[in-house]
Ligand binder design. Structure first.
Ligand code: SF4
Ligand code: FES
Length: 268
């Protein structure tokens, strides 16, 4: 007797509308793809499926879509893109929660390298500008270092989870393709390193790096950054904290200017 069960292969599909652009200066267009539905799929796993057979809904065989991803668990920050018009991480964007057709576009505040891949150099340049590191004078053992309060530790831990994804810049109306506003991520990293017991040594340098064009004053307080950060970093609190540090440095400068006018040479 034939005991075979009738086939239950799903006919559900998922449709994607994906931005295609062959290079930074090239014209862009959309290609539409349809793939079989898979339970629990996310945008990256669907992009992999499309890559296996890059044929559009109208039957054209096209070049495979190019995108960035590495960790697949919201840690590397490389897969940020606009999904249905909102910047988010493609590796954690579940298909079941997205309206179809699912539109994928590269972030607009960064130069497109190809398709969904962008050049995020401006973020790393911003980190250089604010000196988001702690200088060391060697790799020898310096001992346990100063103690930190549990309160500072927990504040700093959250700030340290930034994955340089660029979502906060993408959502910020003050950031444009051509300007040099450092953005919320770098400002928050400056706060992180200024809180560090050793990093405090260079805190004034970091604060000064945020003064002037492209610095903290360019923030328009739209508060979009904090809404899109996948790590829920309190970016607006960081911006306010760095603003306060800047005010202190400005008051100090004014004080020394006054002292100089009175004929004192300053400290020492
Ligand atoms: S602050 Fe948040 S949104 Fe901005 S780069 Fe870091 S993780 Fe991404
Ligand atoms: S692939 Fe690393 S954050 Fe998405």
């Amino acid at each position: 007797m034939d005991t075979a069960q009738p086939s239950t292969v799903s006919t559900r599909t998922v449709t994607f509308r994906i931005w295609r652009q062959d290079g930074p200066e090239k014209e862009g267009r959309y290609d539409e793809f349809r793939i079989p539905y898979a339970k629990g799929a996310n945008v990256v796993s669907c992009l992999m499926e499309i890559q296996r057979n890059p044929v559009t809904v109208d039957g054209r065989k096209v070049a495979p879509v190019v995108w960035d991803a590495a960790c697949l668990e919201e840690v590397c920050g490389s897969c940020a893109m606009n999904i249905n018009g909102r910047v988010r991480m493609a590796c954690s964007a579940l298909i079941d929660k997205l309206e179809q057709p699912i539109t994928l576009e590269p972030m607009k505040k960064f130069t497109v390298v190809r398709d969904l891949t962008v050049n995020r150099d401006r973020m790393f340049e911003a980190l250089k500008r604010v000196k988001a590191w702690i200088p060391v004078d060697g790799t020898h053992n310096l001992g346990p270092g100063p103690r930190q309060s549990p309160h500072d530790q927990s504040t700093m831990y959250v700030l340290s989870t930034c994955i340089t994804c660029g979502s906060c810049l993408e959502a910020c109306p003050q950031v444009t393709l051509g300007n040099d506003f450092v953005g919320a991520a770098a400002i928050s990293q400056a706060r992180l390193f200024n809180m560090h017991p050793t990093g405090k040594m260079n805190s004034e340098e970091r604060v000064r790096s945020l003064m002037g064009p492209g610095g903290v004053q360019d923030c328009g307080k739209a508060q979009n950054c904090v809404k899109v950060c996948p790590k829920e970093i309190p970016l607006t609190t960081s911006i306010a904290a760095m603003n306060r540090e800047m005010t202190k440095v400005l008051i100090k400068d004014l004080f020394f200017q006054e002292e100089e006018k009175k004929g004192h040479a300053g400290p020492g």
